[in-house]
Design a protein around this ligand. Structure first.
Ligand code: ADP
Ligand code: MG
Length: 733
């Protein structure tokens, strides 16, 4: 009999020890230490001269660029503060195209001519840095031998200190000026939205100077014991389990959701919150999610660029704090088959500099009309660019989640709820293209627009099956994956809405120039927009097969084929969108398209290699070991019993032996075939073609090989199975 010395049993012992450990949790009033590690406005005011401070403030509020002459004093102030708070190094913190964040640390030191060390940080270093960037994906934009990418400070996101390092949020561009990150196009899309939305606002309120998008990100994640995690090479290398039979009990009793948080997870959350508050991240909610070991946290919404930076900081903080608790945080969208995956619900709206939420109906017909303008333009944006918007969440890991257990379907539709659907219907039907009579106008204002309730009955009216739902005072884009940088989607959403607002404004102006009254012009354009966006509106069950049929009839594309979905970026309508606001040039767009394909292909390649290796050097040897036990037993039975009795008694063992052999054979053959397919694909030079072939020829093996491994898991002696099982991975309490 084999001894229990495999990784799995060691990990299970460790896991038990980890449970018994106590964790130290600090308790203090949050307001006393909120933001102490952030160089925010209040701190800046103390460390900068009045001029320099005013320059930064103007830049934050989006009106002006900072004059170069302030670079040195700002850098000096920033450094003084950071050094006082114990920082020794600084880094430009940026978001390259592989969806992670990147840093290169430098010490704040300089040597004088006598080789004496003193702390220093010059303006040049704040404004422009040249990290050796050759290994970040650039889709051919930056030749490797040049290895040049520039980073420059984004003053709208404040610098912060993590582990004695001052992190300066920056954009990342190539030597020739192309953006190599997600922040640059996001800032451009934000600027476009600001411009377009401010103009539309001014149709209603001349005093509005600026509009920005707001974003509240709900981050879902799994927590797994560190030792168990490390005993699963597939989780370790791909972020998800490539095999594993479902546990007899997982989420069917729905006893985890909103249940009491397991004490180990809760200790982690408390420490996480303490650190997040110090970094000015306004974490607000924490709760269990549907699947066992699945949780969610969400900060209050903030200006979108800041919310995204905070989300990325939060994710790295979560990884670090989890380690201190002997836990591993999993952001993969579908780490475990058969149970819920994780998303990053993106709650989005627009707000004026006067603090008015533009997607919140008001008290008067006038504010409601303004609400309708922004509401309808957003729907129209989703209708015009729905496929592109869905493509912005398309990647390998999210593809395992979309359309699965309680995850949004992969077709973009908008849920409005009963109240607003009725408002839009009435608007569409009441307004005629003929000139309206004063009575008709009054009626419209009082009885339709004026009757929109200030607070939408959203909680009773929720539809969780829609990827893009209006939830009372914001839209919630639910298709965004938990591991992704939400900037990819926000670039498109902001740009698409900016585009529709621009069209809206221009059409209203044209009517007005032709002598129509402003309100009537607004009604007319609203009606047209509503009519044109009908195809995207759907309040029914997005999970149902009928919807898929209906969507097809309406010409809505689903993103079932991920590689094909990347093509949405190259549609004429998309190219126009990106170029209209200078968000991405043709060259940048093509580069991004290539990176998406390349990343997708490489991830399939990694998963396929990991599965192949595990199948051959973990699973098959274990199965054979168990077969030998069976063979020994069968031999013994044969020796012991008469021929007649043997036949009867050995039947179960003989059957199991045969079944195991069949699975082993199938696994071996399929792994060999999969490797052959990889070999064929690997010689293809064209990245796009290679990604297509990987998806068509290699990807299907992942499931079909897994099927046989999972069958073996049920048959082979538990005491020699070396990989932690779902029932172990998913039950830490
Ligand atoms: P639920 O899980 O019920 O959808 P949560 O409370 O978990 O809601 O998350 C809702 C998120 O929406 C929070 O981050 C919240 O701050 C955010 N939110 C609320 N209002 C707005 C708004 N106007 N713009 C953007 N996000 C918003
Ligand atoms: Mg939530």
């Amino acid at each position: 009999m084999a001894k229990n010395t495999n990784l799995r049993f060691d990990a299970l012992k460790d896991c038990a020890k980890h449970h018994a450990e106590r964790f130290h949790v600090k308790d203090a009033k949050i307001s006393e230490y909120f933001g102490i590690n952030v160089f925010d406005r209040e701190t800046m005011r103390k460390y900068l001269s009045a001029d320099a401070f005013a320059a930064v403030e103007n830049a934050i509020d989006g009106s002006e660029k900072i004059d170069r002459k302030y670079a040195d004093p700002i850098a000096a102030g920033m450094k003084n503060w950071a050094v006082e708070r114990g920082a020794t190094h600084y880094t430009h913190w940026f978001q390259p195209l592989n969806e992670a964040t990147a840093e290169k640390h430098d010490a704040f030191i300089e040597l004088d001519k006598n080789s004496r060390v003193f702390e220093s940080f010059k303006g040049d270093l704040l404004v422009q840095q040249e990290p050796d960037a050759s290994s970040f994906p650039s889709g051919g934009l930056r030749n490797t031998f040049e290895a040049r990418g520039y980073t420059a400070w984004d003053p709208s996101s404040p610098a912060f200190i993590i582990e004695k390092t001052l992190c300066i949020p920056t954009v990342f561009v190539s030597y020739t000026g192309e953006s190599l990150d997600l922040k640059t196009p996001l800032l451009k899309a934000q600027a476009a939205l600001d411009k377009a939305a401010t103009k539309v606002c001014q149709l209603f309120d001349k005093d509005v100077k600026r509009v920005f998008s707001t974003l509240g990100l709900e981050q879902e994640y799994f927590l797994i014991d560190n030792s168990l995690f490390n005993a699963r090479p597939d989780l370790l290398q791909t972020g998800r389990t490539l095999m594993g039979h479902t546990a007899a009990k997982d989420q069917q009793l729905e006893d985890h959701y909103f249940g009491s948080i397991p004490s180990r997870a809760s200790a982690f959350m408390k420490d996480l919150e303490t650190e997040a508050y110090k970094l000015g991240i306004p974490l607000k909610t924490r709760h269990n999610e549907v699947a066992p070991h699945q949780f969610e946290c969400a900060p209050s919404f903030e200006e979108a660029n800041l919310a995204i930076d905070h989300n990325l900081v939060l994710m790295s903080l979560m990884r670090r704090i989890a380690k201190q608790h002997q836990l591993k945080v999993i952001f993969h969208e579908k780490p475990f088959a058969g149970i819920n995956g994780s998303g990053k619900h993106s709650n989005w709206s627009m707000m004026t500099d006067k603090g008015k939420n533009l997607l919140s109906p008001g008290k008067t017909p006038r504010t409601n009309l303004q609400f309708l303008a922004f509401f309808v333009c957003t729907i129209s944006a989703a209708s015009e660019h729905g496929y592109l918007l869905m493509s912005s969440v398309a990647n390998l890991s999210n593809s395992y989640r979309l359309g699965g257990n309680e995850a949004p379907p992969s077709i973009l539709s908008v849920f409005l709820g009963k109240t607003l659907s009725e408002v839009l219907n009435s608007l569409e039907n009441t307004i005629s293209t003929k000139k309206m009579t004063p009575d008709e106008k009054t009626d419209l204002k009082l009885n339709i627009v004026g009757k929109i309730p200030e607070i939408m009955p959203d909680n009773t009216d929720r539809n969780r099956t829609s990827p893009f739902a209006f939830t009372g005072n914001r839209f919630e884009f639910r298709a965004v994956g938990s591991s992704s940088n939400p900037a990819s989607s926000m670039i498109i959403l902001n740009a698409a809405v900016a585009q529709q607002l621009t069209v809206f404004y221009n059409e209203v102006e044209t009517f007005v120039e032709n002598g129509m009254k402003k309100d009537e012009a607004i009604f007319q354009v609203l009606r047209k927009f509503i009519k044109e966006s009908r195809k995207i509106l759907f309040d029914g069950n997005g999970y149902s097969p009928e919807w898929h049929k209906e969507a097809k009839k309406r010409g809505l594309k689903s993103i079932n084929n991920i590689q094909e979905a990347f093509g949405a970026y190259l549609l004429d309508s998309s190219r126009k969108l990106f170029s209209q606001f200078g968000i991405l040039s043709e060259k940048e767009l093509e580069a991004r398209y290539e990176i998406m394909n390349e990343t997708y292909m490489k991830k399939i390649q990694i998963e396929s290699r990991v599965l192949g290796d595990l199948a051959i050097n973990h699973i098959i040897p274990i199965a054979i070991r168990y077969q030998n036990v069976l063979i020994e037993n069968i031999r013994g039975l044969k020796e012991f019993y008469s021929e007649e009795e043997f036949k009867q008694l050995a039947e179960p063992q003989l059957n199991t032996l045969k079944e195991i052999s069949l699975h082993v054979k199938e696994i071996r053959l399929q792994v060999e075939d999969m490797i052959e397919e990889r070999k064929k694909a690997n010689v293809i030079e064209d990245i796009i073609e290679k990604a297509k072939v990987y998806a068509a020829k290699v990807l299907p093996y992942l499931n079909s090989i897994r099927y046989h491994i999972d069958k073996l898991e049920l048959e082979v002696d538990d005491s020699i199975w070396s990989l932690p099982k779902y029932r172990e991975l998913l039950f830490l309490h």
